[in-house]
Write a protein that binds this ligand. Structure first.
Ligand code: GRG
Length: 298
């Protein structure tokens, strides 16, 4: 694997994030027909300082398959819209009841509950509208819509969320915990890699490798998210910490301990990186991003 310097990766990521954010602005203009309060709430959450990991993964996956990343922007933004909707709804009093997200009051705290629910709904629908309109050819666009729907819906993120809410009693083991997070968090990581490969019209072998990288990365990300819930600071994380352990929720550190959790995440990242070895220099950004996921402090 070709290594790239931290500076070179950071400048790539900063440039790609700026491109993602300007596309998100463009695709939330709604041609003047959207009520102002709704657009304000959508943009308040969508344009808040998130890490943009999932859209970066879409772009990097397309790039690993030799494709121009700009062409993967509709899929990248669709994924970020769905991710942001999930954060808005997750923060609601009926779910995690969080008043801080991305370093600012969460959407329902800044606006109101009804507006936050509707902002999430509008982001979810906009994501599919953008993919249907902006991805070509039509069969690739349709395939992207199907993939994203199953990753985000009842068999993916939404299904994982309901199992996670039910698991707060904490009686299950590692297999159950991993199964929850494969859907709740992992499905959106995995589909990010898949969408990049699909728009790039990658070979089945390339798609499979990127898919496996995405599965391992998604699980490692969630393990570290649980670790940071115990060890991270609210300032760095931009959200409340310590809530999972306070509620006695099933988490990786609770099941395995902190050191074993970190070791498991590192092992998954090694596996993810070896999966994409054969892409050579085109996958250097994916490797650096994977290492960042375990080393991050937010
Ligand atoms: C409400 C349908 C519905 C689903 C919610 C993803 C999710 C399911 C809830 C988010 C709650 C949460 C904290 C999950 C843990 C992993 C995760 C998705 C963390 C947030 O992702 P980051 O760190 O966030 O990439 P930023 O703000 O950087 O984009």
């Amino acid at each position: 694997m070709v290594e790239i310097s931290a500076i070179s990766f950071e400048s790539f990521a900063a440039e790609a994030r700026a491109e993602i954010e300007s596309a998100l602005v463009r695709w939330t203009e709604f041609d003047g027909d959207c009520p102002e309060k709704l657009r304000d709430a959508i943009r308040y959450s969508l344009l808040a300082p998130g890490k943009r990991l999932r859209p970066l993964l879409v772009l990097m996956s397309a790039e690993a398959c030799g494709y121009d990343r700009v062409q993967a922007m509709p899929a990248a933004c669709a994924v970020e819209m769905i991710h942001t909707y999930s954060l808005i709804h997750d923060d609601l009093p009926a779910m995690d009841d969080d008043d801080l997200r991305r370093g600012q009051p969460s959407c329902h705290a800044q606006f109101d509950e009804a507006t936050a629910i509707l902002a999430g709904d509008a982001l979810l629908t906009r994501a599919f509208e953008i993919m249907a309109k902006e991805i070509f050819p039509a069969d690739v666009s349709a395939r992207c819509c199907v993939e994203l729907a199953s990753a985000a819906g009842a068999t993916g993120m939404v299904g994982g969320q309901i199992d996670d809410l039910a698991g707060e009693a904490g009686n299950e083991g590692l297999d159950e915990l991993e199964a929850i997070h494969r859907r709740k968090t992992g499905a959106m990581f995995r589909v990010s890699l898949r969408l990049g490969a699909i728009v790039a019209q990658a070979s089945p072998e390339q798609l499979k490798r990127l898919d496996t990288y995405g599965q391992k990365l998604g699980l490692a990300f969630q393990i570290i998210d649980d670790v940071l819930d115990v060890h991270g600071t609210e300032t760095a994380m931009g959200k409340r910490t310590g809530k999972d352990s306070d509620r006695g929720k099933l988490t990786f550190p609770r099941l395995l301990g902190l050191e074993a959790s970190k070791a498991r995440a590192s092992h998954l990242i090694d596996g993810a990186c070896s999966e994409i070895n054969e892409f050579g220099p085109d996958a250097a950004h994916l490797e650096t991003l994977a290492r960042y996921v375990v080393d991050r402090n937010h």
